[in-house]
Design a protein around this ligand. Structure first.
Ligand code: NDP
Ligand code: CA
Length: 318
């Protein structure tokens, strides 16, 4: 059967005065690798038919097209070349993909190749400047986690943005590795924006707005989260703005049932430069009732992670 899609609403923020024409919509989503969902994940309450690629691919594309983000950051992409890249290219998106060096998908029989991070952007809104694929290091040793970093120029305002997408190491016991990987990404970003600021004739480093989207596999009390919140790059996590006090992360961005039990946690984030960008709107999270007793994925929703969608605008220069 086919259950109805979640109906989610945007919360418009009070201070969100940005004209809609100038807003930048950003989506962060771990779409669940096809090979992992069917092979290694063991979502015990999810009917196997809900996990077939023939069903999931339409739900994934429907979710993306419902919100039509200008910048789309995805993790666990193992159908880039045969599905997402060609379909989204036809809809006006350019993209970059970085596969994981030793993707766990490759251990699954009948896999469709390695999973990785993919970064898509609306070509009508942004001009391509530069992109790098990074293998994240920990204590100078390369790890199995990657990032894509793309530098873009907004066609209407002429302003540059630097966008990063990453997927840090999963599971408990690896908090130190996530922290090292997160720090390595911050180091790369600092160097990249410095280089670009230099290239564009003396602009201040902190003037290049950053978006860092990812499945950090870390709850908000973890070291990697605290490092991002305290980074000299001046980052803030956009989804905090959904809370009453404006400073609390949502209760969950993933909710699933494995043989080991239920996992309901906030692991996914959209970080942005708080000095140069303003959050105008945040897409709310589906309720527990909407998600249902069997949690995710389901016939209603193709991934165990929920999409995060926010509208941003540039802050005026002071
Ligand atoms: P991670 O531990 O980061 O996890 C990989 C995927 O598994 C993630 O997409 C994660 O999803 C998902 N996952 C998390 N928790 C569970 C769970 N409890 N049960 C099932 N799946 C889960 O993987 P690595 O990148 O470190 O790679 C792990 C595998 O890769 C190894 O098992 C090995 O086969 C291979 N490998 C091989 C190497 C080599 O030298 N040949 C080196 C390194 C890895 P989510 O993020 O949504 O939680
Ligand atoms: Ca996963």
């Amino acid at each position: 059967g086919r259950a109805p899609r979640f109906h989610r609403k945007f919360t418009q923020l009070q201070d969100g005065a940005g004209a809609p024409s100038s807003s930048i919509r950003v989506m962060q989503w771990n779409i669940l690798a096809q090979a992992l969902g069917e092979g290694l994940d063991s979502f015990v309450q999810c009917p196997p038919e809900a996990l077939s690629w023939s069903r999931r691919k339409y739900l994934i594309l429907e979710e993306i097209l419902t919100y039509r983000p200008h910048i789309l950051c995805l993790q666990e992409v193992d159908h880039y070349y045969d599905t997402l890249q060609p379909v989204l290219a036809g809809l006006g998106y350019s993209s970059n993909f970085c596969p994981k060096p030793w993707s766990p998908c490759l251990d699954v029989e009948g896999n469709n190749g390695p999973d990785g991070c993919a970064l898509f952007y609306d070509e009508s809104r942004f001009e391509f400047l530069d992109s790098v694929n990074l293998q994240l290091s920990a204590m100078r040793i390369p790890t199995n986690q990657v990032a894509v970093v793309t530098m873009l120029r907004c066609r209407s305002s002429g302003r540059c943005v630097c966008v990063a997408v990453t997927h840090l190491k999963a599971r408990s016991g690896w908090e130190w590795l996530r922290s090292a990987q997160g720090s390595d990404l911050l180091r790369h970003l600092q160097a990249l924006v410095q280089k670009h600021a230099h290239d564009s004739a003396g602009a201040q480093t902190l003037d290049i707005p950053l978006f860092i989207c990812g499945d950090f596999n870390a709850i908000p009390t973890e070291e990697v989260y605290r490092r991002y919140a305290a980074s000299p790059l001046g980052l803030d996590s956009a989804y905090k703005r959904l809370s009453e006090d404006g400073s609390t992360e949502p209760e969950y961005t993933t909710w699933k049932i494995r043989p080991t039990g239920e996992c309901c946690a906030t692991l996914d984030y959209i970080w942005y430069s708080r000095d140069t960008l303003r959050v105008d709107a945040v897409l709310d999270m589906p309720t527990e009732e909407q998600i249902g007793p069997n949690r995710l994925p389901s016939f209603s929703y193709p991934s165990d992670h929920l999409s995060l969608v926010c509208d941003f605008s540039f802050k005026e220069k002071e």
